[in-house]
Design a protein. Structure first.
Length: 334
């Protein structure tokens, strides 16, 4: 991940706002259902029977106001054992004035389009996805964080006389999380509308504070369990395997740093005890990774691997400093 230069300070304010909901906004709940089959991803919502059983949600309001947006936005959310789906309809009587200048991973937030903010349960970071009316995409994690690449998600746009519609497919693997036992995720949806002379931004979860970081938005409830489906078990195993691989890769880098630290200690006749002790911590962490077999336990071992990696960087930096600046001083820990 890396920071992106937005080139538009207002968008940072908008992201601050989307992370900040009013008290009444927290009562918003969308009860999603298991789709009978995956929608045909072509942007055409009304003609697709996969969406028929799901209710439309709307009532978007302008940011910093309780006023209901003149040009309304409607959405549905469904899911399969494999992916999360959004259907979004944007009223637009001035289709000929739509702004769509940017391409993938550019400043898509400065075009007409929609933004999704998704905070899965039991995770520590929200996912931010943006798309314009030409199908250009942007994605990142957390405030103002852009991914180095586009993730594996899809969207299609269809245009009508007085509106445009968007269909979005987000594989659960994208979130490194699959909903278990009727989970609740936190979400918000934002509409960017530049055909109007003012009031360019509206959201589902009402926002009235542009400064404080408190809440992301409303609740998305998965009302039907997918836990016993073959697809769930397959994706769960893929997520577990990916987490374990990532943890072992991180521990491997930490091991390299500690081995380099041991070499420096040996060359400078420095105390090795602490570094050797830390080596044992890495070995134990590797064994814990091998034993992890649940979503919860793999999350713990991955977090521990990241912690050990950060500590190994500090250890090497400390040893280098001691070896160059305090020649002959024994290393006695951090």
């Amino acid at each position: 991940m890396k920071f992106i230069n937005f080139g538009h300070r207002l968008h940072i304010v908008i992201m601050l706002a989307v992370l900040t909901g009013s008290a009444c906004a927290q009562d918003l709940v969308y009860k999603s259902k298991l789709l009978p089959k995956p929608p045909v991803l072509d942007g055409e919502i009304d003609s697709d029977p996969a969406w028929e059983s799901l209710p439309w949600e709307s009532n978007f309001t302008y940011i910093g106001s309780e006023r209901v947006a003149t040009k309304q936005t409607f959405f549905k959310i469904g899911y399969t054992p494999i992916a999360l789906y959004f259907a979004i309809k944007c009223e637009e009587p001035n289709m000929n004035k739509i702004v769509a200048k940017f391409k993938d991973r550019e400043s898509v937030f400065n075009d007409d389009g929609v933004e999704l903010f998704i905070f899965p349960a039991k995770t520590k970071q929200f996912f931010h996805l943006i798309m314009n009316t030409q199908g250009a995409r942007w994605n990142g994690m957390g405030l103002a964080m852009a991914s180095d690449t586009l993730w594996d998600w899809q969207m299609m746009v269809a245009k009508q006389k007085n509106s445009y519609t968007v269909e979005i497919m987000l594989p659960f693997k994208l979130f490194d999380r699959i909903p278990e036992d009727l989970e609740q995720w936190t979400i918000n949806i934002s509409r960017n509308n530049f055909t109007a002379s003012e009031d360019h931004y509206s959201t589902w979860s009402q926002l009235d504070n542009l400064v404080e970081f408190t809440k992301l938005g409303g609740k998305l409830v998965f009302t039907e369990s997918i836990k016993n489906t073959p697809q769930f078990q397959k994706i769960k195993k893929e997520i577990l395997d990916q987490r374990k691989k990532e943890a072992l890769d991180i521990l491997g880098i930490a091991q390299v740093l500690i081995n380099q630290s041991l070499d420096i200690c040996n060359k400078n006749s420095m105390n090795l005890d602490f570094v050797k002790s830390f080596n044992k911590s890495i070995a134990k962490a590797k064994q814990d990774v091998q034993n992890a077999d649940t979503l919860a336990s793999t999350a713990v071992v991955l977090e521990n691997a990241q912690k050990l990696y950060r500590q190994s960087e500090l250890i090497k930096a400390d040893i280098l400093l001691r070896s160059f600046c305090v020649e002959g001083t024994a290393f006695d820990g951090m």
